[in-house]
Design a protein around this ligand. Sequence first.
Ligand code: XIL
Length: 376
Amino acid sequence: MFSSRILTITALLAATIAAGAQTAAQPPTTLKDAYKGAFYVGVAINTPQITGKDAAGDDVIVAQFNSVTPENALKWENILSKPGVYDFTLADKYVAFGEKHHMFIVGHNLVWHAQTPESVFQDEQGKPISRDALLQRLRDHIFTVVGRYKGRIQSWDVVNEALNDDGTLRKSKWEQIIGDDYILKAFEWVHEADPQVELNYNDYSLENPAKRAGAIALVKNLQAHGIPIAVVGNQAHVSLRSPTAEVEDQTVKELAATGVKVAITELDIDVLPEVSWGSADVNLRAARDPKLDPYPNGLPDAVQKELAQKYASLFEVYWKNRAVMSRVTLWGLSDADSWRNNWPVPGRTDDCLLWNRKLQPKPAFQAVIDVVKKAQ
Ligand code: XIL
């Protein structure tokens, strides 16, 4: 009797200690905690999330992420519809959201070939403007926007997608009217407008060796001109098929070898039959076809598992390279939010993110958390 009581007490004690130990060793249940000290984990947020209309989404964003990027709110066409007429209503709310929740706030973006009104490149008669006139507009835009959020936005995507897939410079309106040095000018002016802000070059498909070489040359050219470029953003709009973890690893390492940090700025993993084949050009369009939309009622378990494994394999790469990684940002919170549902084919069901359409975490979410758990 006596000994059995001792036994019970000992068992209870052991159970308590074990429970305590278990609590202490509990795996983190949020992305930001799991990757704390390694890199920021961010998310692109849309209008309902910025304005608070998507309260449920906001709760998840605040709990899980420590960085935000505006999906559209800071793009040229969204803050300046006509030359000289700015509307910062939504952009101000975006920055206030990030500040309220003590997040690392990204500005996306200042110079891009897309989502920029044609009027930026034209005079009042619709004729192309001169190099000097366009440089003046670019300078005004940068000083107005960067100046407005000086000290509040921590990181700017200064130039977005300046490269072709072969690594040469894209013949955008910026390049055609100003010449190749529009990139240098933009970086110089952002640095002048906010000397503390982190300067990024952002592009997609940097896993493609030719394009990556172009990005590396672009970074070296900026460095040679004394520009303190800090980060190269690889968008990483990827797919289940490509890139492999090996290629992603090589991409991060080669970009970091220039001396900059690497950010994954727009991660999502396409689960549908591929139409874009590695490109993320927003101007791509393809026709609707039921064959291209095989999972309108949700992902089959096998694909769900494949998605989780792919996310885990990429985050393993980012975790291993954490010394040179500044941030990993997902391009949207839930599958319902993803731009991929309408790009490049309208009206598809592309369950490419970490939360499903009911805002429940998917197996891929746990797989991303488990990467760190397994590594420790
Ligand atoms: C996308 C947005 O997600 C869409 O809502 C919008 O209609 C088009 O642009 N590369 C980028 C992002 O740098 O700004 C793009 O975002 C996706 C591709």
